[in-house]
Design a protein around this ligand. Structure first.
Ligand SMILES: Cc1cc2nc3c(=O)[nH]c(=O)nc-3n(C[C@H](O)[C@H](O)[C@H](O)COP(=O)(O)O)c2cc1C
Length: 153
């Protein structure tokens, strides 16, 4: 079995970020991803999604095909697809990190480190910065756990 890491960005639809729809999406996705042994993280900054998916290459590709066609977001753009030996996000079926909801200090840390516009952290254009942002988000999650972490529904 070959394992891969896929990263993409997209722009969310208004409906999904403005109500409980995002929570339902994350709940369903966590359940699916645990079943399919896909791990990852979904970052939301303003209306931008940045998602990393890790797992069996076929399963990740199949999922990306579904996600690409999902009308709850648009302008889905593949950033990176690579074979991996070591996953970065192995403990999460799927975890949402909404940068807007972060406490002041971690938010300021990200604002100092990454470009931002009107208070929203911009999804970086350079790949190493994309990785860096995802790993920062992971680290911030670990220091601010929420019930979502333990959700296996
Ligand atoms: C931004 C975004 C991220 C998504 N991430 C996942 C995911 O990680 N796992 C997943 O199963 N579905 C994800 N989806 C939903 C899929 O597009 C699709 O609706 C879902 O896989 C269908 O699952 P179902 O067959 O259980 O209804 C995502 C959708 C969006 C808009």
């Amino acid at each position: 079995m070959s394992r891969c890491r896929l990263i993409y960005s997209s722009i969310s639809s208004k409906e999904i970020v403005s109500n409980d729809a995002i929570k339902a999406l994350v709940k369903r996705s966590s359940k699916n991803n645990l079943r399919d042994k896909i791990t990852g993280l979904l970052l939301l900054s303003g209306d931008r999604f940045l998602q990393v998916l890790e797992g069996d290459s076929k399963a990740v590709n199949r999922l990306y095909g579904k996600i690409y066609q999902d009308s709850r977001h648009r302008e889905v753009e593949l950033i990176s697809f690579e074979s991996i030996d070591v996953p970065y996000f192995e403990t999460w079926g799927m975890r949402l990190v909404d940068l807007y909801d972060l406490p002041t200090h971690p938010r300021q840390f990200l604002m100092d480190k990454y470009e931002h516009l009107d208070g929203d952290i911009q999804i970086p254009s350079r790949l190493h910065e994309v990785f860096s942002l995802l790993l920062d988000a992971k680290a911030l999650c670990q220091s601010n756990p929420t019930p979502q972490d333990s959700s296996t529904e």
